[in-house]
Design a binder for this molecule. Structure first.
Ligand code: PNS
Length: 160
């Protein structure tokens, strides 16, 4: 069975993330969306809420599951016996750090390969940090966040 891991912070999940998850779910038998949980560096959205939002946004995808991880991604990959990491590239600006991360992961665990998928052009400018900023000032986040979770994201942002 071909399995891939799509790791990230997903703080919160955006339409760009969802597009990549949907495309990966058509290429692989199973997609594991792995949400980084770093107790020392909590995001705006707690990890459980980020997973809840991801679950809701991906309800239509039957071969996608969600896990939290902390520590090294390569250790998580070993723990679920997966070898393929999927990462999205929005622009050449993403490439440098993504290239370094892929090389580091490959050096630490040579069985792990990183596959890059180019983000859909309509989402190339979308980021979780922009969603947090726009939402925190009361701006309309609906162009950037999956429709099914817009009210939840707005309500979580209002609590902060
Ligand atoms: O959505 P993000 O914030 O760009 O995702 C980054 C993520 C979670 C994929 C990356 O920070 C990560 O894999 N962190 C785990 C720690 C790790 O393995 N570091 C070594 C590779 S640099």
């Amino acid at each position: 069975m071909a399995v891939c891991v799509f790791p990230g912070s997903f703080d919160p999940v955006t339409k760009g993330h969802l597009d990549l998850i949907e495309r990966a779910s058509r290429l692989f038998d199973e997609v594991i969306v792995a949400v980084l949980y770093n107790p020392a560096k909590t995001g705006l959205f707690p990890a459980e809420e980020r997973i809840g939002l991801l679950r809701k946004a991906c309800e239509h995808l039957s071969n996608v599951r969600f896990e939290c991880f902390d520590g090294l991604l390569v250790d998580f990959m070993r723990s679920c016996d997966a070898r393929v990491v999927i990462r999205g590239l929005r622009s050449t600006a993403d490439f440098e750090s993504e290239f370094q991360m892929a090389q580091l992961n490959h050096q630490m665990e040579p069985d792990v390969e990183t596959l890059f998928m180019t983000t859909a052009p309509e989402y190339a400018h979308v980021s979780s940090s922009a969603v947090r900023e726009i939402g925190s000032f009361g701006g309309d986040i609906s162009p950037f966040v999956p429709a099914s979770i817009v009210p939840d994201v707005v309500s979580i942002l209002c609590q902060h």
